[in-house]
Design a protein around this ligand. Structure first.
Ligand code: UD1
Length: 370
């Protein structure tokens, strides 16, 4: 059986790493069916600290194919990926393509594969923010509607797919591959020196990430958020690894920080270092999807600067607070958390480090029958 897994952008790497490991484990333990696993990197993210560093940290082999598409408008990026990925599929003729998450590489490669009659498995299916102004929401809806196997991380995903009329026999509640990686690499993160390197103390700093267009593309909004972070840094140090999209907008608009020793801006960090920072933060402020899940698993309070989330379990049972665009509301929640009033939260069902193994068992069963 030949499988091609696609990665493109930073949040994809930690979802494919456990799938790769689970396939390797399957091949070692079983002789009835050998799975030939290839990795195709579209090159949507290409900076070393957005890509190579993650291959190293997650012990992924170098990709078998690198499409080198780089940045562009949505149409250009999606189209370039499709043209290049079609060549890969023609050369390899795989039985299955695995795509993850909701980035442009996800929809581009799933669409290319299904039109060539190749089966597609979507890892992290069914999530919905119900906000169609987000490019990711369009990618999710379209990808789920054409995939053959839909692997779901939380119950809301099952409800959404049922409501959209996806047949039950395509949908599998398997847990969360991103949490598989977190569990696997937590011991290594615990040996990281990153906190000392930035002169931080455990549970005495706030960790920030921001890259959503709704927060960073408008320089006035971004300036407001930076001022808010500056004000927080009077109480606790704030560390903010800056995504290239955010950095570009800060540079283009000359947005600067007054006290860089309290509000520390850094380049994007690797997986292990970032995990260590998350685990030791007093709270995290973010607009990322994955970080809402990772903080829920780590039971670290997370203040999400968005008005919707496609991951409602992080609010229903986890440690996530959705504050919308209102920075006064964010300030109130941060104050509450820092005064010890945060909720503890629980770990969602099946977020147990075994999602990728479940995925591989299901795929093997299905393909053996054919
Ligand atoms: C993409 C995903 C988003 C995901 C995010 C994680 C889409 C539509 N969006 O957003 O869902 O949460 O990745 O990071 O797929 N850039 C670099 N170097 C890089 C990558 C990007 O400098 O390695 C800069 C470029 O100026 C680029 C901009 O960042 O134009 C945005 O990159 P892009 O891949 O278009 O979207 P992200 O904002 O990263």
């Amino acid at each position: 059986m030949k499988i091609i897994s696609v990665v493109g952008a930073r949040p994809n790497f930690m979802k494919i790493a456990p799938v790769h490991r689970a396939i390797h484990k399957y091949n070692t333990l079983h002789s009835s069916l050998f799975i030939h696993h290839l990795i195709c990197h579209t090159g949507q993210h290409y900076d070393s600290n957005m890509s190579d560093q993650f291959f190293n940290d997650l012990e992924l082999p170098s990709p078998d194919y690198y499409l080198g598409v780089g940045s562009g408008t949505h149409a250009v990026q999606t189209a370039k990926i499709m043209v290049e990925f079609e060549k890969v599929l023609n050369a390899e003729n795989p039985d299955l393509v695995i795509i993850v998450g909701d980035v442009n590489s996800t929809i581009a490669c799933s669409l290319t594969a299904v039109k060539m009659g190749i089966k597609v498995a979507h890892v992290e299916a069914g999530l919905r923010s119900f906000d169609r102004t987000m490019p990711e929401e369009i990618n999710r809806i379209l990808t789920d509607s054409i995939s053959d196997f839909l692997f779901v991380t939380e119950k809301s995903g099952l409800d959404n797919l049922k409501r959209e009329g996806v047949p039950d026999n395509k949908v599998f509640f398997v847990g969360n591959c991103m949490i598989d990686s977190l569990i696997h690499y937590l011991p290594k993160a615990e040996t990281s020196n990153v906190i000392n390197n930035f002169l931080l103390l455990p549970f005495d700093f706030i960790l920030v990430t921001l890259h959503r267009p709704s927060n960073v593309d408008d320089p006035y909004r971004l300036k407001e958020i930076l001022e808010f972070l500056c004000s927080l840094s009077n109480d606790q140090k704030v560390i903010f690894p800056v995504h290239p999209r955010t950095r570009n907008i800060m540079e283009a608009n000359q947005l600067q920080i007054t006290d860089p020793s309290s509000l520390i801006l850094t380049e994007p960090l690797g997986y292990i270092e970032f995990l260590s920072l998350m685990k030791n933060a007093s709270l995290v402020i973010t607009d990322s999807g994955g970080i809402q899940e990772e903080t829920t698993y780590l039971q670290i309070p997370c203040v999400t600067l968005r008005s919707s989330t496609e991951r409602p379990v992080t609010i229903d049972v986890g440690t996530n607070y959705l504050v919308g665009e209102d920075l006064d509301q964010a300030d109130r929640i941060v104050t509450e958390i820092l005064s010890g009033k945060s909720r503890k939260g629980q770990i969602p069902k099946l977020w147990d480090g075994k999602a990728a193994e479940r995925i591989v068992s299901i795929l093997v069963e299905k393909f053996k029958k054919n």
